[in-house]
Design a protein around this ligand. Structure first.
Ligand code: FAD
Length: 519
């Protein structure tokens, strides 16, 4: 299998990874007379590295890449663009971990945020918050805060993402049920707006920009600093997976675990995964979490169930030296409330850092099998709780036919009340207390695969439309403005006004393709 995957991956580095020849810079010549000229790169290597993203589906070269040393460099670039007869696009690029070209700037300038942190330290830890540059990786924020025995409360599963990149979406993970997404854990931002103004904003100061930028898909400006809430960091984690063959029991238990009614003893992190038949029988023989024997036992369980689907609650209980003696008892109390398949409990004890950084281990495995740098036609949906079982029947067991190619399916609930409706990020319009995130994080190992997976994504969205399942895309992607209007729903008019105020030339993050150029 590994040989096959490696063969297909190298095929893709030729087909999907091929880059077009770069044009000579079509930017106004005066740009190269500015004080920032020495930080602007137009060579093919620089523009090629900003021409695609993790998705490997979209490709478009910028005319140039800015390597800013300070936020003022970014402001100078934006002011130059907006004062040009034809303003050019400007897109910040964090790690380029988007999947649909959201950080690209065809015909314009990509701001390589990574360079902002070069040369001086942009993570400052205080007693109950950390100030982190927008370009900083979450893993570096974690390392810096842990030195003080502190850590942010809300995390994404993968930490090689930038602070500005995840705050422009929402930043979701297994702590969101308790603390909300990462955007709900920010006190203050520095933003360079689409007019080139450098603004510090918060709930009390310039709050329209603060709320706009959180989940704002880079539409209003570039986040150059975020003040993020901290808590005392736990030392150890009891990492647990519980297997279910019945989706009703799985969702009921997940909802119990995230509810106010969960007992005093409860998990600190709750997520969930779905494994369809083929992932267990044809997937890897072992994983960083499961041994070969575990996988065989789970495959037997899958073949006993009619649908062939196995669901896992993935959960974590934090502890330290003082609470370690009671962790077994606390776990038993929680497990006693749940209806997983008897005996299908898998546990591991790891440090807090190892737990939060766990996807890095998966990345290493996938890279060595050559299946990391392949196209990723991911689809992430927020599904109202009242329709999650319809989604399971119609999509997971219907459209996907219980068969999942290489990749992962995440499925876990969050509490709507932990999301601030003033922010640009959207949740399902049904207003229910709970909604699920379903992440279809699938990889394409051939051109046919890519086509098929994209077709399946369209069928899933059409199914939801037809069945009246009012889901919202997370990390959204639409090809028409009508799609975006529907996505933002009641927020659209306010978002359009904020866009006109903070980016009137519509130059920012045009890779999102939300707003057309003003006529
Ligand atoms: P980029 O892809 O570079 O940028 C994303 C968008 O934000 C672009 O439009 C860009 O122009 C804009 N942008 C970038 N920096 C800034 C800034 N400083 N200010 C304003 N706008 C900016 N997401 C989750 O929520 N939870 C997860 O658990 C999770 N896991 C992931 C695992 C993997 C392996 C990958 C590849 C992605 C995952 N994501 C997850 C998605 C991730 O949050 C997005 O890809 C996000 O865009 C962050 O990536 P980035 O820092 O590379 O940003």
């Amino acid at each position: 299998l590994a040989a096959f995957l490696i063969g297909m991956a190298s095929f893709f580095s030729v087909v999907a990874g091929q880059l077009r020849p770069m044009p000579a810079s079509g930017l106004p010549g005066d740009l190269f007379a500015l004080g920032i000229a020495s930080k602007i790169r137009t060579d093919c290597n620089s523009t090629a590295s900003a021409s695609s993203d993790f998705g490997r589906i979209m490709e478009a070269a910028p005319e140039a890449v800015l390597h800013p040393a300070t936020p003022a460099d970014i402001a100078a670039l934006i002011r130059f663009s907006t004062s040009s007869p034809v303003p050019f696009p400007v897109s910040p690029r964090g790690q380029g971990h988007s999947v649909r070209g959201q950080s690209l700037a065809p015909g314009g300038v990509v701001v390589d945020m990574h360079m902002l942190g070069r040369g001086y330290h942009r993570i400052n830890v205080s007693a109950d918050y950390v100030d982190a540059g927008g370009e900083q990786l979450w893993v570096d924020v974690l390392r810096a805060t842990l030195k003080h025995g502190l850590a942010p409360r809300a995390w994404t599963d993968y930490l090689q993402l930038t602070v500005g990149g995840t705050l422009s979406n929402a930043g979701i993970g297994g702590q969101a049920f308790r603390h909300g997404p990462q955007i709900a854990n920010v006190h203050e931002l520095d933003v360079v707006t689409g007019t080139g103004e450098m603004v510090t904003c918060s709930r009390d100061k310039r709050k329209d920009l603060f709320f706009a930028a959180l989940g704002g898909l880079g539409q209003f400006g570039i986040i150059t600093r975020a003040r993020i809430a901290l808590e005392s960091a736990p030392k150890q984690v009891r990492w647990v997976r519980l297997a279910y063959s019945d989706v009703v029991a799985f969702t009921r238990d997940q909802e119990l675990l995230i509810s106010k009614h969960a007992s005093e003893a409860s998990f600190d992190y709750v997520e969930g995964q779905v494994q369809l038949n083929r992932t267990l029988s044809e997937g890897p023989k072992s994983t960083p979490f499961f041994s070969e024997a575990d996988i065989n036992t789970l495959a037997d369980l899958a073949s006993e169930t009619g649908s062939g689907a196995i669901y896992f609650i993935e959960a974590a209980m934090y502890y330290d030296e003082t609470t370690a003696p009671s962790v077994n008892q606390k776990l038993e109390m929680v497990l006693a409330q749940l209806s997983f398949v008897p005996r299908f409990v898998f546990t591991k004890d790891v440090t807090y850092f190892q737990f939060l950084n766990r996807v890095r281990v998966e990345e290493t495995v996938l890279r060595s099998a050559g299946v990391w740098d392949v196209p990723h036609p991911w689809l992430n949906l927020f599904v109202p709780r009242s329709r999650i079982l319809d989604f399971d029947t119609g999509v997971l067991k219907g459209i996907l036919g219980g068969d999942n190619p290489v990749g992962l399916i995440l499925m876990y609930p969050m509490n709507t009340a932990k999301w601030n409706s003033h922010m640009t990020a959207v949740t399902p319009p049904t207003g229910e207390d709970v909604f699920y995130t379903v992440g279809l994080l699938r990889s394409a190992l051939s051109a046919d695969d890519l086509e098929r997976l994209q077709r399946e994504n369209q069928s899933m969205l059409a199914f939801c439309d037809k069945e009246g399942i009012e889901c919202k895309q997370y990390l959204p992607h639409y090809t028409s403005q009508d799609g975006w209007r529907r996505h933002f729903g009641a927020k659209w008019s306010n978002i359009s006004q904020l866009k006109a105020k903070y980016d009137p030339h519509a130059i920012m993050s045009r890779g999102q393709r939300i707003f057309p150029l003003p006529s």
